[in-house]
Design a protein around this ligand. Structure first.
Ligand code: FAD
Length: 422
């Protein structure tokens, strides 16, 4: 299949790597050029703010598959090169190493980049971000015992980094501009739970804390750049620190699509098969915006399950093989000894119910979000059973019995079976 044809995948991350592997698994025998801007073979990012930052695993454990497997699969893996422009009529992609390559199918898997902090002092030595292996390799020295690290942004990345920093003996202070943590992605009850958890572990959290400026010290004529020393807030308070980690969100890498005349909004617009308006060009992963099959709204998801699923869909569309069934969007986050698993998309609920499983210790619970009685999302903290049951019910647009859902004496599998009519 695909003999004499070329698939170019621009972006060799989670989605791009999976797409190349899925193409081969689906029987694609044509050429696959997988080109990535980073010097590393395709790798997973979730451990960057978890086990890799903690120094518990090495770089090779991040890789999607061993480096030599790409060659075994006859994937032309080209690293350290950036796709700069697409010529849609000639069906070519130009790269920053001067080469131009022809494609029959092009997959944009360019991911996203960090949103940079727009305040004076953001360019000082010691201001860090957390997106790549290189970022974490720099950050490691800042999460050593007694180092004061100012973490700007109380989202998942900032909180995961705070948990690791605390575990390693550093002194993290989280500055969140909103009045609660995880404000963009979680209901207030979950925000409060994570606030309490972080404070109980000794992480300092400042809410409503708008960072206005970072000031530095040192540097000078021969001494190199000034290094961060103080974070100053809009309300006038200031905090001394040894380094700053900024985690204030990401932006989709969609400019190459815009430049080629493809529709973009908050991500490159794609259909259910991950195709753009140009039938030869697909977009997958963090860079893509797609109508969600459950909510009917256009969303750009920033998660591994989404990157993998869209990669498989694009590969199936290219090969003409059956696409996997669409999955319920889901996400996880590890902080301290808590594993949060979120299924579905939080936001449109009219009711949230809390359930604490009877057979587990305190700290294990789930929040179920319903709209007109239909389960649309769930946040499950150390509750894998609740998560699996919720995912199945969300997929079926089921209306679980609400009294049973909050009753820890009714096992989740029974709640699910009744709701699914099994
Ligand atoms: C620290 C961290 C922790 C995370 N934790 C979780 C988690 O716990 N659970 C979860 O579900 N998700 C998590 N995520 C999100 C998840 O990693 C992303 O959603 C996922 O990596 C998206 O895959 P992608 O292939 O779209 O993008 P990426 O994996 O970012 O890959 C895109 C690649 O394309 C390259 N590129 C960009 N432009 C070009 C170009 N023009 N030419 C060539 N190459 C280009 C980039 O350099 C990059 O290497 C985390 C992310 C981070 C940063």
């Amino acid at each position: 299949m695909g003999e004499d044809q070329t698939v170019i995948i621009a972006g060799a991350g989670q989605a791009g790597g999976q797409c190349a592997a899925s193409l081969r698994r689906n029987g694609w025998t044509g050429r696959i050029l997988l080109a990535g801007a980073e010097p590393h073979p395709p790798y997973q990012r979730p451990p960057l703010s978890k086990a890799y930052l903690a120094g518990e695993i090495g770089e090779d454990r991040l890789w999607l598959q061993p480096r030599e497997t790409w060659a075994d699969q006859n994937v032309d893996l080209r690293l350290g090169v950036t796709a700069t422009a697409i010529d849609r009529s000639a069906k070519t992609v130009a790269f920053d190493d001067g080469r131009t390559e022809h494609y029959d199918h092009l997959v944009l898997a360019t991911g996203s980049r960090v949103r940079t902090l727009p305040v004076p002092g953001a360019g000082l030595e010691g201001v860090r971000y957390l997106r790549t292996i290189a970022d974490v390799d720099q950050l490691r020295a800042d999460v050593t015992p007694d180092k004061r690290i100012a973490i700007i942004g109380g989202g998942y990345i900032g909180l995961e980094a705070a948990a690791v920093a605390k575990k390693l003996g550093a002194r993290p202070v989280v500055f969140e501009a909103m009045d609660r943590l995880l404000a963009r992605v979680a209901v207030p009850e979950l925000s409060q739970y994570y606030l309490d958890t972080h404070r109980a572990h000794g992480v300092t959290v400042e809410l409503g804390a708008q960072v206005a400026e970072i000031s530095g010290k040192g540097g000078g004529l021969f001494g190199g750049k000034k290094r961060v020393a103080t974070v100053r807030l809009a309300d006038g308070r200031s905090f001394e620190c040894d380094s700053v980690l900024v985690g204030i969100g990401i932006l989709p890498n969609q400019e190459i699509a815009t430049g080629a005349g493809l529709a973009t909004d908050n991500g490159i617009r794609i259909d259910a098969e991950c195709r753009t308006a140009d039938p030869a060009i697909y977009a997958i992963g963090d860079c893509a915006e797609q109508e969600n099959w459950l909510t009917g709204t256009r969303v750009r998801l920033e998660s591994v399950p989404n990157a993998l699923e869209q990669a498989k869909h694009a590969a199936a569309a290219i090969c003409g093989t059956p696409a996997p069934r669409p999955d319920v969007p889901w996400f996880w986050s590890d902080q301290f000894d808590l594993k949060l698993q979120t299924a579905g998309l939080v936001g449109q609920q009219d009711t949230t119910l809390r359930r604490r499983p009877a057979d587990t210790e305190a700290g294990h619970f789930s929040l179920f979000h319903l709209k007109d009685g239909v389960l649309i999302a769930a946040d499950c903290v150390n509750d894998a059973h609740g998560f699996m049951a919720a995912k199945a019910m969300i997929a079926a647009r089921a209306k679980p019995d609400q009294a049973d859902l909050v009753n820890p004496d009714v096992p989740m599998k029974d709640v699910m079976k009744a709701a699914l009519g099994r």
